[in-house]
Design a protein around this ligand. Structure first.
Ligand SMILES: [Zn+2]
Length: 395
């Protein structure tokens, strides 16, 4: 088997590398914009590419309800359906079943729930989650797990983690079955929409998810259990659920030494720029979060001087660009005063421009982190960025 993940440089615990997938390379540390319902909200796919994103995330829960995984598969898979030819990671659906659906019933087999859209009853099991992600054609499939609620006692976290580990094994078995069933079947080869050429025959990857709440012994046990099953990458789940940055970093400090060194590490659902920097310093390679897109739709800008609410009256007459030196179209062609006006007038261009900026800011940060790791100046880069970022916070 060829190596999918290559580490190019290290700085302390931090790594800079490249992950190969069926739809191209992902430069790490990487930030994945969230494309919940087969779209990164307020953005055209080509604009998402221009921000520097190598990969986006799609949500199994949302897509299985509407328009359904089977329909997307009939229409050529998620890449073709949403006109995105770069890598896609799909989550397992577990987290959103817990946070969005109604009348959930958990069992060893999986979870039965009612759709938050129309109340229809569905079942999600490890096998079904892997099948859905396979139908979507995702490049990185996530094992089905239970996101341990926070706070949880040691006993609750242990029980939940152990269930997730049994589900991780079933996920791996289902993944292997999916792939052995179709090996050599030309129907599943990926073609470039525009040219009709064969893009790649690279296989899909499967990531396991370390759980265990805030308890170091459970995290260690979980990492060991996943390692024994064997995955292409390892995620850290159950964080960024209200525990706060200090606790999150403490959990990372105790968990990272148990994560396989030669595989990508993905911190799920994180985070704000300073969370990302702290996690990269601790050896995390991949991130996803709704913050840059959701904030962009809610008038919150992320810049090198921190978070700003563009609706703040002080921006009404401000002719300066949102962030000097930012390469995004929002900063190149528009003023803070204009952005302020768009949000005050409830114009849809406001969320579009601010989402574009926020995603560009995040990708520029990731590029800066990658370069700093390669150049051996990560500590200085992080200190300089954080000093400026925390200088002033008027959000
Ligand atoms: Zn910008």
């Amino acid at each position: 088997m060829t190596t999918q993940f290559t580490i190019l440089a290290r700085a302390g615990a931090a790594r800079c590398g490249v992950l190969q997938t069926a739809h191209g390379e992902i430069r790490t540390p990487a930030f994945m914009p969230v494309g919940t319902a087969a779209t990164v909200k307020a953005m055209m796919p080509e604009s998402v590419k221009q921000t520097g994103a190598d990969i986006i995330l799609g949500n199994t829960y949302h897509l299985m309800l509407r328009p359904t995984a089977e329909r997307i598969a009939r229409l050529g898979g998620l890449h073709q359906f949403m006109n995105w030819d770069k890598p896609i990671l799909t989550d397992s659906g577990g987290f959103q079943v817990m946070s969005l659906s109604k009348l959930r019933k958990m069992s060893e087999r999986g979870v039965v729930f009612q759709s938050h859209l129309d109340g229809t009853t569905y079942e999600l099991t490890p096998e079904r989650s892997i099948e859905i992600q396979h139908l979507l054609g995702s490049d990185i499939t996530m094992a089905f797990d239970e996101c341990t609620p926070y706070p949880a006692t040691h006993e609750q976290a242990k029980e939940s983690m152990e269930l997730s580990m049994r589900w991780a094994l079933r996920s791996k078995e289902a993944f292997v079955v999916c792939h052995s069933r179709e090996s050599g079947n030309p129907v599943n080869l990926q073609f470039n929409n525009a040219t009709g050429s064969l893009l790649s025959q690279g296989r899909q990857l499967l990531f396991g998810i370390v759980q265990g709440g805030i308890y170091p012994d459970l995290r260690e046990e979980s990492a060991a259990a996943l390692k024994a099953i064997g995955f292409d990458g390892y995620a850290i789940g159950g964080l960024a659920v209200g525990e706060g940055q200090e606790v999150m970093f403490r959990v990372l400090d105790s968990t990272m030494p148990h994560m396989p060194e030669d595989k990508p590490r993905y911190l799920m659902g994180v985070g704000k720029p300073d969370d990302i920097i702290g996690a990269v310093l601790r050896g995390v390679d991949m991130f996803d979060c709704v913050i840059p897109t959701r904030s962009g739709r809610n008038a919150r800008a992320y810049t090198d001087t921190g978070e700003h609410n563009i609706k703040n009256a002080k921006f009404a007459d401000d002719a300066a660009p949102l962030m000097a030196g930012c390469p995004c179209p929002c900063c190149k062609s528009y003023s803070r005063a204009y952005l302020h006006h768009l949000f005050k007038a409830d114009e849809m261009l406001g969320p579009m421009l601010l989402t574009w900026h926020n995603l560009t800011f995040y990708q520029t940060l990731m590029q800066g982190l990658r370069a700093a790791i390669s150049d051996g100046v990560l500590t200085e880069f992080a200190a300089r960025f954080l000093a400026r970022y925390r200088e002033k916070d008027d959000a």
